[in-house]
Design a protein. Structure first.
Length: 527
C-alpha cells in the first residue's frame, strides 16, 4: 500500500511512499476512546477508524522523508565490555579509545562519559534494562566539543537506573563501589564518573544532574563536581528526565580541570530548548586568578542540621568556610527558609514531569523545538514495557506516583510547583545580593555501606533518595553550584557546596580554586 505525496516529486524522490506505520484495529480505537472518555456509538466507530487511518498517511510520509534526509549513519567505533577483573569498582559500562586527533586544550586527557550521554557507535544503557542494546547514531554536543578539543573518550561510565537514585546500587550492571572504601556507595546518579575520577582511572568525566547527581557522588568520593547554571551547557544528545532540571557538567580532581572542561563544554548549540537565553561562552580558566579579596561568603543556615546528619560533617564544612577569612573574604550567616521546602517542589517536578517526559514521552516528550532522537525514542518505548519488571524500585515508585499525579490529580500539583519556583529563586537571589556565594554541606552525611538486597527491593528506596536535601533546590532554580572536598570524617570525604548567582559560574569556580590552593590540594583516594 502506498501514499501519494501532495507536493510535486523531485528528481531524487518518488511521488508515492510505502505504508510503514502500523494501522490501528477497531479495538485500538475503542481503547483510545476509553482513555479519553469518548463514548463512540457503533455507527461512529468505523468513521473514526477510517479518519485515523487517513491521518496516519502523513506519518508514512514523515517516515520516508526522515529515512531519506535525516536518519544518522551509525559510525563503526571499537569498544569492549570490561571483564570484572578489569573493572573492580564496577564503574565502567564499556571502554573505548576515541579521539579526533585534534590539537586542543584537552589533548592527551582521558574522559569518561556518563552513560546517559550519547557517543555514536558506542552502546548506551543509562543504567537500565529499558535502554540496553541501544546504539546511538549521533554524538551528543558535549562529546563533539570534547573531541574537537583533543580529548580521548575512554569509555562510558555506569550510572543509576535511568539516573533515578542518589546512591550507587541501582545500576542494572551492578553496584558501583567507592574507591575510599569499596564496601560503600559512591553516591549517584553519576556514580561511575565519580569512582573513575577518584580512583585515577581517567583524568576527567562528565556527569548529569537533576537533583544532585554530579555533586552528590563528587562529595562522597572526594572530587570536584560542578553543576553549571541551567542551560549553560547544552544537553543535546543526553537522555532527559525533565528538561527544566536537566544539567550536564564536569567531574574532576581539581577545580582548574573543572574550569577547563566547562570552558570547552559551555555555549549555545542551537539544538537544546533548555538554552532559551543564549549563554555566552567564557574562558573559565581566566577566572582562576587566586584573588578572592572582598568576596562575601554566606553560610546558609538551613543547609546545616538536617536529621541524621553527623554533627562532624556540619562541623567540617563550617571549619572549611571559616578558612575563607584567611584569604580576604568576609563571612556571615544568611537564612533562606524556602530551602527547607524546595526539595518537595523538586520532588513534584521530577515525579510528574519525569513521568510525562521520560516515561510517557519516551525520553523526549513533545512541544518544544530542538533536536530529538527518534531511534532512542522508539527503542525505549518498546524496551521500557518489555523490561518493566526489571526496573529499579526508584523508577517504579516515581512512575506509579507520577501516573497518579497526572491522571487522578490532573497534573495540578505540577502546575502548582512550577508556579512556586519563582518565589524560591527570588529567595536565593535575595541572599545572593548580600553574598557572592552561599556555602553549606553538599551532602548532610557520609557514604553509606552498600545495602544488602537488589535494586528492585522496595525497602531500599529511602537509601537511594535521601541525599539531595541541599543539592536538589539548585536544580529547580538553576543556580550554579560546585562541590569541593572539605576534609575527611572517619576517613571518608565530606563535600562543601558553593552556590552562586545565575550565569556567574566564574565566581563560584574562582572561590573554589582559591580554597583548593589554601588546602594545598585535595586528598586523594588511597590505592
Amino acid at each position: 500500500m502506498t501514499t501519494k505525496l501532495l507536493g510535486a516529486p523531485t528528481a531524487d524522490y518518488p511521488d508515492e511512499v510505502e505504508m510503514t506505520v502500523s494501522r490501528p484495529s477497531a479495538a485500538d480505537i475503542d481503547a483510545a476512546a476509553q482513555y479519553f472518555g469518548f463514548h463512540l456509538n457503533a455507527e461512529e466507530r468505523p468513521g473514526y477508524l477510517a479518519a485515523v487511518e487517513q491521518t496516519l498517511a502523513s506519518y508514512d510520509v514523515v517516515d520516508a522523508l526522515y529515512e531519506k534526509f535525516a536518519r544518522p549513519q551509525v559510525p563503526e567505533r571499537a569498544y569492549q565490555f570490561p571483564q570484572p577483573a578489569d573493572n573492580p569498582l564496577g564503574a565502567w559500562y564499556v571502554t573505548t579509545e576515541i579521539t579526533s586527533g585534534a590539537d586542543g586544550p584537552l589533548s592527551g586527557r582521558s574522559v569518561a562519559i556518563k552513560d546517559n550521554i550519547a557517543v555514536a557507535g558506542i552502546p548506551m544503557m543509562n543504567g537500565s534494562r529499558a535502554l540496553e542494546g541501544y546504539l546511538p547514531g549521533r554524538d551528543a554536543t558535549v562529546v563533539e566539543r570534547l573531541l574537537a578539543a583533543g580529548a580521548t573518550i575512554a569509555g562510558k561510565s555506569v550510572c543509576e537506573d535511568l539516573c533515578c537514585s542518589g546512591s550507587s546500587f541501582t545500576p542494572a550492571s551492578g553496584p558501583v563501589r567507592n574507591p575510599w572504601d569499596t564496601d560503600r556507595e559512591t553516591g549517584g546518579s553519576s556514580c561511575g564518573s565519580a569512582a573513575l575520577v577518584a580512583s585515577g582511572q581517567v583524568d576527567l568525566a562528565l556527569g548529569g544532574d537533576q537533583g544532585g547527581s554530579i555533586r552528590i557522588p563528587a562529595s562522597l568520593c572526594g572530587i570536584v563536581g560542578h553543576k553549571p547554571t541551567h542551560g549553560l551547557v547544552p544537553y543535546t544528545g543526553a537522555f532527559p528526565i525533565e528538561r527544566t532540571v536537566d544539567h550536564l557538567g564536569p567531574m574532576t580532581r581539581t577545580v582548574a580541570d573543572a574550569a577547563l572542561l566547562l570552558t570547552v563544554l559551555a555555549g549555545a548549540d542551537g539544538n537544546d530548548p533548555r538554552q532559551c537565553t543564549e549563554p555566552v561562552a567564557v574562558d573559565y580558566r581566566a577566572a582562576l586568578t587566586g584573588d578572592v579579596t572582598g568576596l562575601r561568603v554566606g553560610i546558609l543556615l538551613e543547609g546545616f542540621g538536617w536529621p541524621g546528619s553527623p554533627p562532624a560533617v556540619d562541623d567540617a564544612v563550617r571549619s572549611a568556610v571559616q578558612r575563607f577569612g584567611e584569604i580576604g573574604c568576609s563571612i556571615g550567616e544568611v537564612s533562606v527558609p524556602w530551602h527547607l521546602s524546595a526539595l518537595h517542589i523538586l520532588a513534584v517536578i521530577l515525579t510528574d514531569g519525569g513521568t510525562a517526559q521520560m516515561l510517557d514521552g519516551n525520553g523526549y516528550g513533545s512541544g518544544v523545538k530542538g533536536r530529538y532522537d527518534p531511534e532512542l525514542v522508539a527503542h525505549f518505548a518498546t524496551q521500557r514495557v518489555a523490561k518493566a519488571d526489571e526496573l529499579a524500585s526508584t523508577v517504579k515508585v516515581a512512575a506509579l506516583t507520577g501516573h497518579y499525579g497526572l491522571h487522578t490529580l490532573g497534573g495540578a500539583s505540577y502546575a502548582k510547583a512550577r508556579n512556586l519556583i519563582p518565589r524560591v529563586s527570588a529567595a536565593y537571589d535575595e541572599a545572593l545580593a548580600r553574598y557572592d556565594v552561599l556555602a553549606m554541606p553538599t551532602v548532610p552525611g557520609l557514604a553509606n555501606l552498600l545495602p544488602q538486597g537488589g535494586p528492585r527491593d522496595v525497602a531500599l528506596i529511602p537509601r537511594a533518595m535521601g541525599k539531595a536535601f541541599n543539592t536538589g533546590p539548585m536544580d529547580i532554580t538553576g543556580h550554579p553550584a560546585i562541590s569541593v572536598p572539605a576534609g575527611l570524617v572517619d576517613g571518608l570525604p565530606v563535600g562543601m557546596m558553593l552556590v552562586g548567582k545565575l550565569f556567574d559560574d566564574a565566581t563560584v569556580l574562582r572561590l573554589a580554586d582559591a580554597f583548593e590552593s589554601l588546602c594545598g590540594g585535595f586528598p586523594v583516594a588511597p590505592g
